[in-house]
Ligand binder design. Structure first.
Ligand code: PLP
Length: 415
């Protein structure tokens, strides 16, 4: 059967009636224009901005030094990591760019890498571009499964050079890797000599942590904020990737990698980076100012996490109410962007369901997109991903009702 292809990010902008829950983007109404405007004005107005040559010409290879210091401060407050120095931080043009750079620098065509099943679909596209040999292993509610089969049949036998994971509020499954498994994976990386690339773009979007201060909290669900893989930089086998795409806007094309000094130095010596003078110096100046005065952290805590947390709960409750446990299994995530829905009837084909759903004015991402080979695609065919950040609560409710209508029609035709 033909696969439904990867979403086209610029597809059909004029279609304003379809509720597009297939996307993985921030809602435009949640972009902090005022905060960015103020920060930009500061770069032009303040002494430091005008006279910081690095904002106005080619910058430093590892990234703007002031931003690197601000990032350390940010991680100290948001992730309680005190061991990082600015020399552990490499400023990037976003996670996609650094993923591509890591593949070019540290891997060769034909090298084996391991990804989660399911995993980030565009990540797969990057790995395919580099002609890597991709294998995958399951995730459960505690993230990538680390059992004797994983160690004996996968690590021992295939010797992957790199393991790519989205450990926190995973895209697409919404799961978060347990602390124990994080520790285990780092130990295994030392024993089996593979690089862990931990894509932590959703790390700061933790909605259960926010519940702590609000009314109507569900105390049983409160969980420790997961430890960032940035905390394992000293192991020398870990690169943690963060991005400003999900906490400010993707249009900035800015992020950072946290790694050992050796990795950071190597990344700075990469030809493309060296020739271009590091990642976006001017945008670095703007973002540094949103960190310097705490306005970004405040925005994340008081706006993003509050509103997106609300949307997440609305979509989850609505889904469970409309479809019920009889038809679907869906684990409520504690952060990020996505709900992962599995139809209990493994015969449901979400590619076909999507064709019908489009007719009813709602979209989602079918499970097959998040798998790298035919066997894995077949396993995920009865799953789908819904993005809850892209539209408001009312639209989520309507989207959910449309999805149910589409499912009813699908059932009539096929089951
Ligand atoms: C897991 C994951 N990694 C990376 C990205 C892209 O990040 P960036 O905009 O920093 O390239 C996304 C965006 O959807 C994502 O979900």
């Amino acid at each position: 059967m033909m696969d439904i292809g990867l979403e086209d990010r610029n597809e059909n902008q004029s279609d304003t009636t379809t509720i597009k829950l297939h996307k993985g983007e921030p809602d435009e109404t949640m972009i902090p224009f005022n905060l960015l405007e103020k920060a930009t004005q500061k770069v032009f107005a303040d002494e430091k901005g005008r006279h910081q040559r690095t904002y106005w010409t080619y910058g430093e290879d590892e990234g703007n030094t002031e931003l690197r210091h601000q990032v350390i401060n940010f991680l100290r407050h948001t992730c309680a990591i005190a061991t990082l120095s600015y020399e552990n931080i490499f400023i990037t043009n976003g996670t996609s760019a650094i993923l591509d750079q890591i593949c070019t620098m540290f891997l060769r065509a034909g090298d084996t890498i391991l990804v989660e099943c399911p995993t980030y679909s565009y990540g797969l596209q990057i790995f395919r571009d580099h002609h890597l040999h991709i294998i995958s292993y399951s995730v459960d509610d505690d993230g990538l499964v680390i059992d004797s089969t994983f160690i004996n049949d996968v690590l021992e036998r295939t010797k992957p050079k790199m393991i790519y994971i989205v450990p926190t509020f995973q895209n697409p499954a919404g799961v978060t890797m347990s602390h124990h498994r994080r520790e285990q994976l780092v130990q295994l990386s030392l024993k089996y000599h593979f690089l862990i690339v931990a894509d932590e773009v959703y790390h700061h979007l933790d909605y259960e942590k926010q519940d702590h201060n609000s009314n109507g909290i569900d105390h049983d669900r409160l969980v420790e904020h997961p430890k960032s893989f940035a905390a394992y930089h000293a192991a020398g086998t870990v690169v943690a990737l963060h991005s400003f795409s999900k906490i400010l806007t993707p249009a900035l094309r800015l992020g950072f990698a946290c790694a050992s000094h050796e990795h950071v130095n190597a990344m700075g010596r990469y030809g493309l980076i060296h020739s271009g003078g590091g990642a976006n110096p001017f945008v670095s100046g703007i973002v540094a100012r949103t960190l310097e005065d705490g306005s970004l952290k405040k925005f994340i805590d008081e706006k993003l996490c509050v509103e997106y947390g609300k949307r997440m709960r609305v979509l989850y409750n609505e889904l469970m109410q409309i479809f019920g446990e009889k038809h679907i299994t869906c684990r409520r995530p504690s952060g990020g962007y996505f709900l992962w829905v599995k139809f209990n009837d493994a015969g449901v084909d979400c590619d076909q369901l999507l064709i019908i759903a489009r007719k009813y004015g709602v979209t989602f991402s079918p499970g097959r997109l998040f798998a790298h080979d035919e066997e894995a695609k077949a396993k995920l065919a009865h799953c789908l991903r819904l993005c809850f950040t892209i539209v408001d609560c009312e639209q989520l409710r309507v989207g959910c009702a449309r999805l149910k209508q589409a499912f009813e029609e699908y059932k009539n035709i096929t089951l």
